[in-house]
Design a protein around this ligand. Structure first.
Ligand code: X8Z
Ligand code: ZN
Length: 629
C-alpha cells in the first residue's frame, strides 16, 4: 500500500496494499477516450464560454495538490491506526478521515472537468486526467452517501482483519488467526485438516456480502457522476490506453503464458494424485483448492515437497535457512534493506524502524495482510506485517520494501505523480529484486554455505514456478470477477457462482465442498473487502521478469536468468533508480523503455526464464491427459 492517496476512497482503501497507487494511477487519454469518459457531462462548459484559461488550470492544479496532500496525510494516520488497532474508535476515526478525503477528491475531480475543452500542454492535461481518475471508490457528490461509503469500507476492512476461525467448544475450543491458518495450509498434508480450515476461514465473509453490494452500488454511482459507464470502466482507464484495450492486453498476455500454466497444472495434479489418491484428487479433473499450500490456491510453492521428483532435490529450503540463521523478524527486514542499499538507495529512515509493525501484537486485532505505507508523502515510510520466519515472508519483505523505496525516490515529484508508472510497476519492483535471491546471493550474505551445483537448477525453477506461474490465472481472475460485478453482468444473486466459474475456468481448481450463494468466497480474499485492485499483480508478474532481464543486462550478467543476482551492482542500481524516480510523471511505456528499452508488456521474459522447466514439464506430461473440462 503506499501513501494514502489521492484516491483514498474509503478508509478501507487506505489500508490496502499500495493503496494510493490503487487510486490515482491515471491515463493520458486520447481526446477520443477523454470524450467517452466524459460522456454524460453537461454540455456548454465554462471553457466554451471562454471563462477559464490555461493559467487557471495551472493554479487550480497547484492548489488541488496541496489540499490533497494535506488531507492524504491526515487520512493515512487514521488508516494506520485502524489497521494496527482494530476497534470501534479507530474505525470511526478512519471512516471520518476517509469520508473527508473522498469528498475533497470528488469535488476536485468534478471541478477539473471545467478544463475539459481547453487546449492545454500535455503535462497539465495529464495531471487533470489523473485528478479525475484518482479514487478507487468514488462517491457521488452527496454527503450522506460519501459517509456511508467510507463507513462500509472501514467495516469491511475491520471484519477481515479481526476474522478468525474457532473449532471445538468450551475447554477444547481452539481459535485460529489467519496467519496461523496460513501456516497450516502451507505445512500440513492432512486433507481433512486442510479442508476444515479452508471452509472455516470462509465463515468470515458471508456477513460482508450486503455491505459489499451496497458499496458497489454507491461507488458505481460515483463513477457515473465522473462520466464513466461504471466503476469497471473507471478502474480500467488508468493504464495510458483505453479501458477495453487494457482488458484485451491482459487477455493477450494470459494467452501467451497459458501453455506454461497448463503444463504446470498437469504435472502438479499428477503428483497430488499420486500422493492423495483418486478419491481426493481426481486424475483428470480440477484440483481441489485446499491442497495447494495456500488458503486461496494462489501460489503453490509450499507444496514443493509433494511436486518434486526424488532426484530433484531443492537446492535449498529457504524457510530452513531463515530459521537456522537465528535472525529475528526485524533482522529479516534489515537483510531486505541491505539489498536495496547495495544498489545505491538511501537507507530507510530511523522512523521506519520505530513505527513499522513487524510482528503481530499479542493483545489486539490488526490487519495482518502485508502492506507498505508512505504516511506523509515524504519519508514517513512503514511496513505493516505479521512476519513469520518463512521463505514466503522473507520474499514478501522484499516486495514491501520495493514499495517503500519507490515511494521514497519519487517524493520530489508533484503530488499527483507520486505514484508508480502504473500500479503494476509498484508491485513489480520488490518482486524483481527478490528474483535476485539466488543461491549465490544467499551464500554471499552468509545464509548458505555452498552454492549447489547446476544440476539442482531444475528444482529451483520448479519452486519458483509454483509461486510465479501458478499465480497468473488467479492474478487475472480476481478483477475479471470485479469488473463483471461493477458493470452489472453479475448480480448479487450470482456473486459466488460467478467467482467459482472463473476459478474453475482459469485456474482449473474447484472448491473442496459444495458452495452456494450463502457463501461469499471472494470476501475471504483480502483485496475484496480491502478494495485493492488486483489486475496490478497480474501485470507485475509479467513486468518483474522484464525488469529482471533488463537489470541483469545492465549488470553485464551472462548466463541463464534464473542464476542472475544484481546484488551490489552499481549499474543495475542506477538504471533502476532512474526509472523509479520518474514516478508517474510520464505514461508507463516511457518508464518501461527507460529501464528495458521496450515500450510494451513482454511475456517472453517470463517464458524464457522458465524455458528449462517447460522442457522438463513437457517430458513429464507425456502420456498424461492434461487440461480440465
Ligand atoms: O497483496 C499483496 C502484497 C501487498 S501489496 C503482500 N500481494 C498479492 C496477494 O497477497 O494476494 C502480493 C502478491 C499478490
Ligand atoms: Zn504490493
Amino acid at each position: 500500500m503506499k501513501k494514502i492517496a489521492l484516491a483514498v476512497a474509503v478508509a478501507a482503501a487506505l489500508a490496502g496494499c499500495d493503496n494510493r497507487q490503487a487510486e490515482d494511477e491515471s491515463a493520458v487519454n486520447t481526446s477520443a477516450e477523454t470524450s467517452t469518459a466524459q460522456a454524460g457531462k453537461a454540455s456548454g462548459t465554462a471553457a466554451e464560454n471562454g471563462a477559464v484559461t490555461a493559467e487557471d488550470a495551472t493554479v487550480f492544479l497547484e492548489e488541488a495538490q496541496q489540499r490533497l496532500a494535506k488531507m492524504a496525510e491526515e487520512a493515512a494516520h487514521a488508516a494506520w491506526l485502524a489497521a494496527t488497532y482494530i476497534n470501534v474508535d479507530s474505525q470511526f476515526t478512519e471512516a471520518l478521515a476517509s469520508e473527508r478525503y473522498t469528498a475533497l477528491a470528488v469535488e476536485l475531480a468534478n471541478e477539473a472537468a471545467r478544463f475539459d475543452d481547453l487546449e492545454l500542454d500535455a503535462e497539465t492535461r495529464r495531471q487533470l486526467t489523473m485528478l479525475k481518475q484518482g479514487l478507487v471508490l468514488p462517491a457521488p457528490q452527496d454527503p450522506e452517501l460519501t459517509a456511508e461509503l467510507a463507513q462500509i469500507g472501514s467495516k469491511l476492512q475491520g471484519m477481515y482483519g479481526a476474522g478468525q476461525y474457532c473449532s471445538g467448544e468450551g475447554d477444547t475450543e481452539k481459535c485460529y488467526s489467519l496467519t496461523e491458518m496460513g501456516r497450516i495450509m502451507a505445512e500440513s498434508r492432512d486433507p481433512e485438516k486442510l479442508k476444515e480450515l479452508w471452509v472455516g476461514w470462509r465463515e468470515v465473509s458471508p456477513p460482508m456480502k450486503p455491505l459489499y453490494e451496497r458499496q458497489v452500488e454507491i461507488a458505481n454511482a460515483g463513477a457515473q457522476e465522473l462520466g464513466y459507464d461504471n466503476l469497471s470502466t473507471m478502474w480500467r482507464s488508468k493504464y495510458d490506453m483505453g479501458p477495453d484495450a487494457f482488458a484485451q492486453d491482459m487477455d493477450a498476455q494470459w494467452n501467451k503464458v497459458k501453455p506454461l500454466y497448463e503444463a504446470l497444472h498437469c504435472h502438479v495434479r499428477a503428483k497430488l494424485n499420486e500422493r492423495y489418491g483418486d478419491d481426493v484428487v481426481p486424475p483428470n479433473g480440477k484440483i481441489p483448492a485446499h491442497l495447494l499450500g495456500n488458503m486461496w490456491a494462489q501460489e503453490w510453492g509450499n507444496i514443493y515437497d509433494v511436486v518434486k521428483d526424488q532426484d530433484m532435490e531443492a537446492p535449498y529450503d529457504l524457510t530452513k535457512l531463515v530459521v537456522e540463521s537465528g535472525m529475528d523478524e526485524k533482522e529479516m527486514v534489515k537483510v531486505g534493506e541491505k539489498f536495496f542499499t547495495s544498489l545505491g538507495f538511501e537507507p530507510l529512515p530511523e522512523t521506519f524502524w520505530e513505527r513499522s509493525q513487524f510482528t503481530k501484537p499479542r493483545d489486539r486485532d490488526v490487519v495482518c495482510h502485508a502492506s507498505a505505507w508512505n504516511v506523509d508523502n515524504k519519508d514517513d515510510l512503514r511496513i505493516k506485517m505479521c512476519i513469520q520466519k518463512t521463505a514466503d515472508d522473507f520474499i514478501t519483505i522484499h516486495h514491501e520494501l520495493g514499495h517503500n523505496f519507490y515511494q521514497r525516490i519519487y517524493n520530489d515529484q508533484p503530488f499527483l505523480y507520486q505514484e508508480g508508472a502504473n500500479d503494476g510497476f509498484h508491485e513489480a519492483v520488490g518482486d524483481a529484486i527478490a528474483l535476485s535471491i539466488t543461491p549465490k546471493y544467499l551464500k554471499q550474505i552468509g545464509l548458505m554455505d555452498e552454492v549447489p551445483d547446476e544440476s539442482k537448477d531444475l528444482g529451483f525453477l520448479m519452486r519458483q514456478a509454483l509461486d510465479k506461474i501458478a499465480f497468473l490465472p488467479f492474478g487475472l481472475l480476481v478483477d475479471k470477477w470485479r469488473w463483471q460485478v461493477f458493470n452489472g453482468e453479475v448480480k448479487p444473486a450470482d456473486y459466488n457462482k460467478a467467482w467459482w466459474q472463473l476459478r474453475e475456468d482459469y485456474q482449473g481448481i474447484q472448491a473442496p465442498v459444495a458452495r452456494s450463494e450463502e457463501n461469499f468466497d471472494p470476501g475471504a480474499k483480502y483485496h475484496i473487502p480491502g478494495n485493492t485492485p488486483y489486475a496490478r499483480y497480474f501485470l507485475a508478474r509479467i513486468q518483474q521478469f522484464q525488469f529482471h532481464r533488463a537489470l541483469c543486462d545492465a549488470a553485464g550478467f551472462e548466463g541463464p536468468l534464473h542464476r542472475c543476482s544484481i546484488y551490489n551492482n552499481a549499474e543495475a542500481g542506477e538504471k533502476l533508480r532512474n526509472m523509479l524516480a520518474m514516478g508517474a510523471s510520464k505514461p508507463w511505456p516511457d518508464a518501461m523503455e527507460a529501464l528495458t528499452g521496450q515500450r510494451e508488456l513482454d511475456a517472453a521474459a517470463i517464458i524464457d526464464y522458465f524455458k528449462p522447466l517447460m522442457a522438463y514439464l513437457e517430458e513429464q506430461n507425456q502420456g498424461r491427459q492434461c487440461g480440465w473440462e
